[in-house]
Write a protein that binds this ligand. Structure first.
Ligand code: OGA
Ligand code: NI
Length: 365
């Protein structure tokens, strides 16, 4: 027979799960709660004390994520090398940077944000039909994809879109379809340039990373963070590292994204027209820990909605090609730190465990 304490824990866990399931069944997400006029957040959104922001851990506001300006990239060899050096420095010590003059127009970025807003604020019917936690679906909408695995829910709703060669564009909600398609086109060009620069920053031939087929699949993760009546009790997105190769993040002007740098949380201040780029776990692995996949989170706020679009660039899914530290970087002095992994397995185990923990440590040799 179970001990009384066990029974208590079980009972509490079940209550929370039951409440969560009721919320999930509404298929209206966090926005649905806010629209119903709640003044207190449901218990399953309340984060454990140790995961909530502490003022002692906030970095000085003068500390900012590096900005990489691509304007002079084709000017001359000196300018190119300068950009490579800046990128190397940013990828090694920050794992995050803001890319400006990347050639994706500000108008298009605004259109993407507007499309995501309109999807979330538009037809309930369209959202309900897409509401699903089935990760095999190419296009789906859900609040907190890995919610059943997390200690507490995040204050946001998310539209997911998997862009591989077989995606039928008509599956994408109409309000954001054109913008998503054009934005993806633009990002593919930026990624091409970035991979060239990253290869150079690792001391490899400029076509090395593009030859690794890391850009074939993009996962669009479009977030909508409604205003929160008790922002100090929850988070917009829990601290995590990205399971991608690289991530491009488009954020609106509200702010709230923070990254963990030297044990302090640094605000990623919105810059109009910029793209935030971060090194994902798979690039940390490929670079044998030279580049860092940095923890980040999004604060909840009474202001909102905040809108963002994270685009995960991941290696091809169908070819079961193992993925490991780049051989050309390894030597007696720099032995491999990771075993080879299948990107599919990596992503699957990531989704099954939820945010909060990085998978990378499981692949350490
Ligand atoms: C993510 C993420 C940050 C944001 O989706 O992985 O970190 O600003 N998003 O929404
Ligand atoms: Ni992230």
């Amino acid at each position: 027979m179970a001990m009384p304490t066990d029974t208590t824990i079980d009972y509490q866990t079940n209550t929370i799960l039951k409440e969560f399931k009721e919320f999930d069944d509404t298929k209206a997400g966090v926005k649905g709660l806010v629209d119903s006029g709640i003044e207190k957040i449901p218990e399953f959104f309340i984060q454990p004390q140790e995961l909530l922001p502490k003022s002692s851990e906030v970095a000085s506001p003068s500390l900012q994520v590096p900005i990489i300006d691509l304007e002079a990239i084709h000017k001359d060899a000196g300018s190119y090398n300068q950009i490579v050096q800046e990128l190397k420095q940013a990828s090694e010590s920050w794992g995050f940077f803001q890319l400006v003059n990347h050639n994706v127009s500000k108008d298009l970025l605004d259109e993407v944000i507007k499309g995501i807003k309109e999807f979330n604020e538009g037809s309930k019917d369209v959202k309900e039909k897409l509401y699903s936690r089935d990760i095999k679906k190419k296009v789906s909408f859900a609040s907190n994809l890995s919610l059943y695995q997390m200690s507490a829910a995040n204050w946001r709703d998310t539209l997911n879109c998997l862009f591989d060669d077989n995606l039928d564009p008509t599956e994408i909600p109409e309000v954001c379809r054109d913008a998503f398609m054009k934005y993806r086109e633009g990002l593919l060009h930026v990624a091409e340039t970035l991979y060239e620069l990253l290869s150079a920053a690792l001391g490899l031939p400029s076509d090395h990373i593009s030859g690794m087929n890391c850009a074939n699949t993009q996962i669009f993760v479009a977030h909508y963070y409604p205003p929160c009546p008790e922002p100090e009790l929850t988070l917009g997105t829990s601290a995590h590292t990205d399971p991608s190769f690289v991530t491009f993040l488009l954020q609106d002007s509200l702010g709230g994204l923070q990254i963990l740098h030297d044990d302090h949380w640094v605000d990623v201040t919105p810059i109009p027209g910029a793209l935030v780029v971060n090194i994902g776990d798979l690039l940390q692995l490929a670079s044998n820990d030279k580049f860092k996949s940095t923890k980040h989170r999004v604060l909840a706020s009474s202001r909102g909605p905040r809108i963002s679009l994270a685009t995960f660039f991941v290696p091809v899914f169908d070819k079961k090609k193992p993925f490991g530290p780049i051989k050309e970087l390894l030597s007696d002095k720099n032995p491999p730190l990771y075993k080879e992994v299948l990107a599919t397995d990596y992503l699957k185990s990531y989704v099954s465990k939820g945010l909060n923990s990085s998978e990378l440590s499981y692949f350490k040799l």
